[in-house]
Write a protein that binds this ligand. Sequence first.
Ligand code: CTP
Length: 231
Amino acid sequence: MRPLPLSGLRALVTSGPTREPIDSVRFISNRSSGEQGLAIAVALAAAGATTVLVSGPTALAAPPELEIIDVETATEMNAACQAQLPVDIVVCAAAVADWRVRELSAAEQKMTSPANPPVLEVIQNEDILRELSRPGPRRPRLVVGFMAESRKVAEHAAEKRVRKRCDWVVAKVVDDAQRRQPPLGEDCRMVLVSRAGVEWWPRSSKAEIADRLVGRIAEFFAPSRAVLTGE
Ligand code: CTP
């Protein structure tokens, strides 16, 4: 029997939204379902990689064979990811909240409805993808980021790949209406940008996108390293 293409490799996937508390009952978050990250983790595991999924809060049921670390905030997600290093493969599919509320301790009590609306001071969250892409002995061999873009998708993905120092960026092509109200479960066109160039993928479901990405990852780690290189 042939070994699975990613056996012997360790993979880490981030997925879902993060929740940034405003007070003890309110939070800042986004509409991410976590479906894409879960599909990628399942596909990596099926290809033989020992896979850990670090996930923000979602309504999804993950298969029992997948190791899942549940987190809420971006800070927790970052710490959970760093604790998994070293790994060979990272796929950052999480929709990480850009901001968290500063000085939360002052607002930890549930806010009542004051006469004047409260002013929230926010600070930027850690960029988990950028941290994982940081050069050094613990850098994973392949780091993949995700994004969504409506215009000049390949150009923006190429810029993001360089800025975040990851190896590949997989970008979802969305129109402006979808950006405002993302359709659940809708097939999407995608583009994969690597140092080697740009590859357009046909309109696909999340499961097909996951399988295609994991196919590319398997090629990357195959001895012949035929198609895309991360260096
Ligand atoms: N990411 C992350 N940590 C953050 C922000 C983003 O790990 N604090 C990762 C996401 O998981 C994804 C990629 O970075 O892999 C997305 O980058 P981002 O700059 O947030 O792109 P967009 O989602 O397209 O957002 P924007 O339109 O603001 O550029």
